[in-house]
Design a binder for this molecule. Structure first.
Ligand SMILES: [Zn+2]
Length: 69
């Protein structure tokens, strides 16, 4: 796998690309630049999930407030 292939995978999130996680992990283990990209992506995914969870929590408490009233 090349750096370019890995970057395309992260940019396009192309699940049909046939790349498997082992190949990606192997490249990241030996390539500092791609390791950094992977880390950025991981943090992005984490923060998106946190935003989604806080939105869910807000709408749940709104629902509860509506039910109480
Ligand atoms: Zn690389």
């Amino acid at each position: 796998m090349t750096c370019e292939e890995l970057r395309l995978y992260f940019e396009e999130r192309d699940d049909e690309s046939g790349l498997d996680g082992g190949v990606i992990a192997e490249h990241i283990a030996t390539c500092h630049d791609c390791a950094r990209i992977a880390e950025d992506q991981r943090q992005l995914v984490n923060s998106l999930r946190m935003v989604r969870e806080s939105v869910d929590a807000t709408s749940e408490s709104l629902d509860a407030a509506v039910v109480r009233n």
